[in-house]
Write a protein that binds this ligand. Sequence first.
Ligand code: FE
Length: 342
Amino acid sequence: MKKIASLYILSLLCTPLWAANLSADNRIVESELNIYSARKEALIKPLLDKFSAQYDVKINLVTGKADALLARAKSEGKFSPVDIIITTDVGRLARAKSQSLTQPITATLPDYVTLKDQESHWVALTTRNRPIIINPLTVDADSITSYEDLIKPEFKGRVCIRSSSNIYNQSLVAAMLIQKGEAQTLAWSKGMVENFARRPKGGDRDQIKAVVSGVCDIAVANTYYLAAMRNADETTQAIANKVKVIWPNQSNRGVHLNISGISVAKHAKNTLAANLLIEYMLQKDAQSWYANTNHEYPVDPSIEWSDTLKAMGTFKHETIELNQVGELNGQALRIMDKAGWR
Ligand code: FE
């Protein structure tokens, strides 16, 4: 159902999206948008509500676990109502693309956008990093300057990290695979298993808590989990404030970088509204709100980081092709399996 005169609809169908604008705030788009989001409702809905009000687009938001939402879109096939997929980790965005769940984005992207699929099947909305977290009372910060240092014999039985089924670890290892090759990545994975304090379990927050409770001394966790804990209730803040972030590999490849991102669904019916939402999410106000609410780094470099992230310090991050990271997740998992990383 279109909202505007048929003349405009005709012009719309004949012109690319960028040319179909009446004005920045008077766009010709469909009146509905169906979104599958792996981000929790509180972390995205206020922004979608603003978009909905500004453009008079009714949004139907389905939130859930990332893999379950992708499986749902896949099983629905061409009958799927989904127009927009919002999810985290380039591994998942690449998986959605490889399973033919996405189509090229036609939105006009700001000049600063560099983190996107080569064929425009996804674009990053925020970035996150996966640094090393230590207990500064039990670990000399100077003794760990890289991911490679995690496998030093002195850290035997002292490292906590989640399981190999976790996509963040698959992407971390995939990134290492690209930069160091298979033999060194396998050796590193084996070294990690040697140094595990326990069989991997729990999420990133659990690894941070385990460092503070003395189960281990060193963990690997995504930045936004630590930032969220530092903004949570007093007890959680107290735990989170006891650990220190180590930015690894600052003299070479940098800390592992990953993203949260957005795609237009393969069988989207509302592609104009979908692409408009992508443009909206990359505007300054949206970038600022979304990144700060999720405790992530905005992709727009002109937007200030949250105070919590600023306090963690600046860093050098990986600059490898994220497409490749996503594509190598399967191989990374096989290497971890081979190393006995459960
Ligand atoms: Fe997460």
